[in-house]
Design a protein around this ligand. Structure first.
Ligand SMILES: NC(=O)c1ccc[n+]([C@@H]2O[C@H](COP(=O)([O-])OP(=O)(O)OC[C@H]3O[C@@H](n4cnc5c(N)ncnc54)[C@H](OP(=O)(O)O)[C@@H]3O)[C@@H](O)[C@H]2O)c1
Length: 429
């Protein structure tokens, strides 16, 4: 074993960084044995130097992250600050000064992964980011390496624990969205400002990363269609139950049937209770991967939290250090297919639509005609009437999203349709 240590700069010492520092210290001997050289924490960059950080010696703490990555003797930079800047500048500076980088920063990778990959390649260094998607769950490495000989056609996942917790509470207790959100906040599963989670931004960033790697093409955050889950109601869950389904916020990355394009989207969807993702409870994450030769694979586990996320960071640290000792680099960006990302209108799926309609003869025929005119074929219809008003629940066969949007627009114009109570996609069949 080499005795000269590999030097690690830790940028950020919050929820994830503090656990990274703790595990690096407590497991130092095991890490050294697995890598073939000791790893030494050479510096820790933070914003507030006065804060007490258990297990982190004061002399390692600095507020000058730029000077730390520019030192010239750093082998690996671990970026767990988050956000776009200064994280992006620090990562590119780290590459320029000879370090490889491990990051957990989904927002930056989804926004501008290309810049990071290019800098890593230019300087012959590694960029690893297992922790950026689904916390502890090994997903990036299986997609980048284990499935590199296969053809991935679909990635379907629950990649945000906060929203899964809220939807699970709504499902099991019959609670409304606000009530379930309050419980998630009280238990620490939701942040004070839950927008990034409940509006699907966090999941969309992960979808962009997963789609890019799965399909060997460049997918940016802007390419991902996104709908949050704040409009999901207890009534939607009741409808889902009647269909033998539950509701999950899903990230779905698909190769088109003709193989010529891909799509990436995040939205709430009904999935059958028989689907493995339906049984993912509380704040857990799970990702279902469909590959041509491998078939269907499911990855499941804790998708966030300091210690689970640090596990993924440490796994990357070991890999990057091994590469360094072997004077090699791991896989870089793979975008050779250059498949275009199609708009949401091209996505083909099934729909569950609840309409409030007048309870009088001929309404059903009128509604059915609108569906037919837009080429959307109906699978089942359920009608319930009371006091001159009725609700009509239509479940369609697979149809393009654009056709469904046209249908709904036309339905809203019918005198007999009082309102469109909800539209939900049906996935996983
Ligand atoms: N938390 C999770 O469960 C989780 C899961 C997966 C991925 N991630 C990702 O991991 C990253 C870190 O998340 P986190 O939850 O650990 O965040 P966090 O608790 O807010 O910690 C951020 C850390 O960065 C430091 N920092 C902020 N701005 C800085 C600057 N300009 N220069 C130097 N240090 C700076 C902060 O310093 P102070 O301590 O002085 O404030 C803090 O130590 C993010 O990219 C996040 O998306 C987190």
């Amino acid at each position: 074993m080499r005795t000269r240590p590999l030097k690690v700069a830790l940028l950020g010492c919050g929820v994830v960084g503090s656990e990274v520092a703790r595990i690096m210290t407590t497991h130092a001997d095991d890490l050294a044995a697995r890598i073939g050289a000791p790893v030494e924490l050479a510096g820790v960059a933070v914003r507030r130097p006065g804060k007490v950080r258990a297990g982190v010696p004061d002399e390692l703490v600095t507020t000058d992250a730029t000077a730390l990555v520019k030192r010239g003797d750093i082998d690996v930079v671990i970026e767990v600050i988050g956000g776009i800047e200064p994280a992006r500048a620090l990562i590119t500076t780290a590459f320029e000064h000879g370090a490889s980088v491990v990051s957990a920063n989904k927002a930056l990778l989804a926004e501008d992964g290309a810049t990071l990959y290019a800098a890593a390649e230019q300087h012959g260094r590694d960029l690893y980011f297992e922790a950026a998607v689904a916390g502890a769950i090994p997903l990036i490495r299986p997609l980048r390496e284990s499935l590199a000989g296969d053809k991935v056609n679909r990635v379907l996942g629950i990649v945000n624990g906060t929203t899964n917790f809220i939807l699970d509470k709504m499902d099991t207790s019959g609670a409304g969205y606000s009530e379930a959100l309050d419980e998630a906040t009280a238990l620490g599963y939701a942040e004070a400002d839950p927008t990034a989670d409940v509006e699907g931004f966090d999941a969309a960033a992960k979808a962009a990363i997963l789609a890019g790697i799965a399909f060997h093409t460049r997918v940016r955050l802007d390419d991902v269609y996104r709908e949050g889950m704040t409009e999901v109601t207890a009534a939607d869950f009741a409808s889902a139950k009647r269909m033998g389904c539950t509701i999950k916020l899903l990230a779905i990355c698909e190769r088109a049937a003709d193989g010529q394009s891909v799509t990436a989207r995040v939205h709430p969807a009904m999935i059958p209770l028989s689907h493995p993702l339906a049984s993912v409870r509380e704040a857990y994450n799970a990702v279902f991967v469909e590959a041509e030769a491998a078939g269907r694979l499911m990855f499941y586990g804790p998708g966030a939290g300091g210690s689970p996320t640090a596990s993924a960071v440490l796994g990357d640290l070991v890999a990057v250090c091994r590469n360094k000792l072997a004077e090699a680099t791991g896989p870089g960006e793979s975008v050779y297919t250059q498949l275009p990302v199609s708009p949401m209108g091209d996505v083909v799926t099934r729909y569950h639509i609840s309409l409030d309609v007048a309870d009088k003869p001929g309404v059903l025929a009128q509604v059915a005609t609108v569906f037919a005119e837009h080429g959307v074929s109906i699978d089942t219809v359920r009608q319930q009437g009371k006091d001159g008003e009725a609700s009509l629940v239509v479940v369609t066969h697979r149809a393009p999203d654009a056709a469904l949007s046209g249908t709904v627009e036309a339905l809203r114009k019918l005198d007999t349709v009082r309102g469109v109570a909800s539209i939900m996609r049906v996935e996983g069949e």
